[in-house]
Design a protein around this ligand. Structure first.
Ligand SMILES: [Zn+2]
Length: 269
């Protein structure tokens, strides 16, 4: 029997990080992620680069630093200026999303297909507008404790906020089950200003990295692409022949054993 309870590189579990707003604290966050081989997705407001509101004193990264800083991670949308999408006429919702995509794509040079909801609010109209704008996933702020894939990636609830993640991560790494995903979200300024500080984040990343043999560290869009490719495998009814029409290597389990079906290949199991 072929099963999909396995992720990229043939790993049993996956972990992804998702941080919003693109403040200067992301410099340190990326440094910690890089130190431990952890992948992050960074949701940015493309018309806020270089801003520092007097009210918060929190500086946004300058535009010319963005491409280099997030290299190896994912740049993702968060609205051009952080409008709450549900407050916008549909045409403006679409326009702002496409404009944000275009601005970010000019910086990073690849198709930006991800997003997180500014201020967390969304509804069924929002989901359909984003889908029409080429957004393939959007993260909510409704931490639900789940380690399973979402029903709809455009309503992707994270497992937990980073400030609650250490205990959850300790349970996650020792759990024997496979096909489990830990999705952690937050903001750089919360680490800088809050109780759960840089030492806490460092310990979290170190704890997860110790189990790297079992964990696929991936960006949000890497998970979406992998899962879509996995679900799009062409499998004969008897489960003996598998064709991977995608451009990425896909892993499955056959009677519990990991098997890689390389991009474009047909495998006889
Ligand atoms: Zn935000």
């Amino acid at each position: 029997m072929i099963s999909f309870d396995i992720f990229g590189d043939g790993k049993k579990k996956c972990v992804t990080m998702s941080f919003d707003d693109g403040h200067v604290y992301d410099r340190k966050l990326v440094e910690v992620f890089n130190k431990y081989g952890i992948k992050g997705t960074f949701h940015l407001n493309s018309k806020q680069f270089g801003n520092k509101p007097v009210s918060t004193g929190r500086a946004r990264l300058p535009k010319d630093e963005v491409k280099e800083l997030y290299k190896g991670h994912e740049i993702s949308c968060h609205g051009t200026v952080h409008y709450t999408l549900t407050h916008l006429p549909l045409q403006n919702m679409a326009f702002d999303t496409l404009e944000d995509r275009r601005n970010l794509e000019e910086i990073c040079g690849y198709a930006v297909r991800g997003m997180s909801y500014p201020n967390g609010d969304y509804d069924s109209r929002t989901i359909e507008v984003l889908r029409a704008c080429g957004i393939e996933y959007c993260r909510t702020i409704k931490s639900n404790g789940s380690v399973w894939l979402p029903d709809d990636f455009l309503e992707w609830h994270p497992t937990c906020h980073y400030s609650k993640a250490l205990d959850i991560a300790k349970n996650f790494i020792v759990h024997k089950g496979s096909g489990r995903m830990l999705y952690i979200w937050g903001h750089g300024f919360e680490i800088e200003e809050g109780k759960y500080d840089w030492d806490y984040v460092e310990e979290l990343c170190k704890t997860l990295a110790e189990y790297k043999e079992d964990i696929w560290f991936a960006t949000n869009i890497e998970i979406v692409d992998f899962v879509n490719a996995q679900r799009n495998l062409k499998i004969t009814v008897d489960n003996k022949t598998v064709y991977n029409p995608s451009a990425i290597d896909v892993w499955v389990r056959v009677d519990g054993e990991p098997l890689c079906i390389k991009a474009g290949e047909t495998v006889h199991v």
